[in-house]
Design a protein around this ligand. Structure first.
Ligand code: NAP
Length: 440
């Protein structure tokens, strides 16, 4: 019997479990740990609440979770309740599928001012992540700035501009929905340090901005390269740029009907966030691209007054003491998922925060291949591991309050029962409430 511990129950974790089942069938036992009492990581607290079709993939993970040889072990913090070294003593292989939950800092003055948030925190707030549920952003000002030209920046801008009706069918948490309904924001500037051809926004997500009830995107036609240059773009990117061109062509009369503007400010690199205690503006330097497509400052600066700043410039994995880490890339040091024989990483913890949810599937299968190689080659120490029996003994000794998948199903049923009309669920946002909801 092989015993595998996976740390993190998001897409990378569940695809790895699925791959282990395919590889060894009934000859493997997989325990999937999560620090929260609820599974699915990014699907629950990262994917935008108005993108329910993407969240549908959780049904596939449930298929894996419900099989006899895979267990969910929730409410256990690796590194506090139990160490990586202890898990390595109990399981043949330990796989870190911990994602990239921390914001990359912008590294500019003023990041610590009030009402300046990283997207991990801001997205966590509207998605009800227990760590960020109390964030309470002040939306009483007029102007918000979102830094970054990726899909997360789009998510943030879209959520800030939607009406209550547009959240129908979403699982945005009640505290965020109420705050957004009272929001006074009418100008959202999305800052890109490079140009329209360098955006990291995908066509479907960008296209959504053109169909919002009360918000209208604005692109300055002068920022767009000559149309024939689009031919050199890869087809997806070309489609995204076509959306930007259509935004640039929106007539002014149409804009007048929409009280909220989402403005793309390209070739604009943030230099400092300004304010006394709380944010009041952002200083920006105009950039130009060099021959390699990198942005460099032109020396021309200007200031945008604003009352909310969200940085959406990428994420970092949390380092774990004793596990080799690549600081610059914000992920574990690894060779195709192998950190060292017996210890592996997968998903964003392996390759950094890029790609779609589906990208994690080949990652999961790849890491299981590496584990199989190490088991077969004798690279792993061949003492018989205790696996889940050993973990259960440790958990009992330490009086850990482990949450099982069956418990999660009770929490899920409670969340569904308390959903507002049309919503799939109303999430619990406090760990204590999740634990309470599973009952005795
Ligand atoms: P991302 O795609 O890597 O985009 C980060 C953006 O931040 C880039 O435009 C980057 O510009 C900019 N940036 C980085 N450092 C900066 C700095 N110091 N100052 C100014 N700008 C800076 O990251 P993301 O948006 O966080 O998304 C993470 C992953 O999740 C991506 O793979 C994304 O596609 C995926 N995602 C997908 C969806 C969806 O499919 N619906 C939704 C959300 C997220 P440069 O290009 O110049 O570096």
């Amino acid at each position: 019997m092989r015993h595998i511990a996976i740390i993190g129950s998001g897409p990378a974790g569940y695809y790895t479990a699925e791959a282990a089942q395919k590889q060894w069938g009934d000859g493997v036992r997989v325990d999937i740990f999560d620090l929260l009492p609820v599974p699915y990581g990014l699907i629950r607290t990262g994917v935008a609440p108005d993108h329910q079709s993407i969240k549908g993939v959780a049904k596939r993970y449930e298929g894996t979770a419900l099989s006899e040889n895979v267990r969910f072990v929730g409410n256990v913090t690796i590194g506090e309740d139990v160490s990586i070294a202890e898990l390595q003593g109990l399981y043949d292989a330990v796989v870190l599928a911990t994602g990239a939950p921390n914001d990359k800092p912008a590294g500019i003055p003023g990041e610590g001012l009030e009402n300046v948030f990283g997207s991990a925190a801001f997205v966590g707030w509207y998605n009800g992540h227990p760590q960020f549920a109390k964030l309470s952003p002040d939306l009483s000002g007029r102007h918000a700035v979102v830094i970054g030209n990726g899909n997360v920046a789009l998510d943030v801008a879209r959520i800030l501009s939607k009406t209550a009706d547009e959240f129908h069918g979403s699982d945005i948490v009640a505290h965020a929905l109420h705050a957004l309904q009272k929001s006074h924001i009418e100008q959202i500037t999305i800052l890109g340090r490079r140009g329209p051809h360098q955006i990291a926004m995908t066509p479907k997500e960008l296209g959504e901005l053109g169909h919002l009830t009360r918000a209208c995107p604005r692109v300055d036609p002068a920022d767009l390269p000559a149309e024939e240059e689009d031919l050199f773009l890869e087809p997806g990117q070309r489609k995204s740029v076509t959306h930007l061109r259509s935004f640039a062509a929106i007539p002014e009369e149409f804009r007048c009907d929409k009280p909220v503007e989402i403005e793309f400010d390209f070739f604009a690199s943030p230099r400092a966030i300004l304010g006394d205690g709380t944010v009041s503006g952002i200083e920006i330097e105009r950039t130009a691209l060099d021959s390699e497509g990198r942005a460099s400052g032109t020396g021309e600066t200007y200031t945008i007054p604003c009352s909310l700043v969200v940085t959406a410039i990428g994420y970092k994995t949390s380092p774990i003491p004793g596990v080799p880490f690549e600081e610059g890339a914000g992920r574990f040091a690894n060779d195709e998922g192998r950190i060292l024989p017996g210890l592996y990483c997968v998903g964003w913890a392996r390759r950094g925060p890029s790609g779609t949810i589906g990208t994690n599937r080949p990652d999961g299968f790849g890491v299981i291949e590496k584990i199989a190689e190490d088991l077969d080659s004798g690279a792993l120490y061949h003492e018989v591991k205790q696996g889940r029996r050993g973990f259960d003994a440790l958990a009992a000794e330490r009086k850990l309050e482990v949450v099982t998948f069956r418990d999660w199903k009770k929490i899920e049923a409670e969340e569904e029962a308390r959903a507002r009309t049309g919503a799939p669920r109303e999430k619990f946002v406090a760990v204590e409430d999740m634990i309470k909801a599973r009952g005795e």
